[in-house]
Design a protein around this ligand. Sequence first.
Ligand SMILES: [Zn+2]
Ligand SMILES: [Zn+2]
Length: 252
Amino acid sequence: MVELTILGTGAWIADAKKKRFGPSVLLKNEGKNILIDAPGGINYQLAHAGLVANDIDYIFLTHHHPDHTSGLIQLIGEMYITRRSAKSQLTIVSPEPQKLVRRILKPYKSTFDSIEKLSQFKINFKKIKNGAQITGIGLKETGITPCKLNHSKTNEDYGYRFECEGKKIAITGDTAYCEELVTLLSGTDVAICECSHVQKLPGHLTAYEAKTMSLFTKKLIPYHIYPGWDVKKEFKGFGNIHVAKDLERIKF
Ligand SMILES: [Zn+2]
Ligand SMILES: [Zn+2]
């Protein structure tokens, strides 16, 4: 069984009205928990979904902006404090995962000393290459392909396409419209697609562009939503766009 949990549909700026959590998705397949992006406080949001940090087997990061990665230190810290078992490996997948983890642990050196010492468990790092299927991380029945998108000149950004049990799922990172996004979404059963605002924000999709992208997938779920616009009203009448609530689950 494949299960998706939309952990958070929000973006960098907190939404006092809608109370959206930061952008993050959990994919369950092959009995593994695969977390896509780790915004600040992610371990608390996982608890709302009935999970703790040690339940996570894989962390895929779309890019290294803080609204997608600032929860990593909390997750790794929780794994350390709760003495994650040496048998239970964690794999972090991103454009430069090892560099990122070393950098974020540095200010906490006196607390954690070093990543090797702090953990009884091992962290595997997998650096991604655009368009190259991700292999060698212990997922035998899940096809995963990263797709480089168009978000920031200083921060490489990817979407991931997962193929599990005959279902095709796309999860975008942050991105402006680009042809690669069309490729990523084409023929998918579900696309969890960034949609920041109705107005243009550099490096992001507008609601108008998300509507266009919904032509390429069976079901589009907007996320990475900034406050200040009526998402439901904007997508009313678009049958294959589903405005999900945080913590909503989709089973295949
Ligand atoms: Zn970003
Ligand atoms: Zn973002």
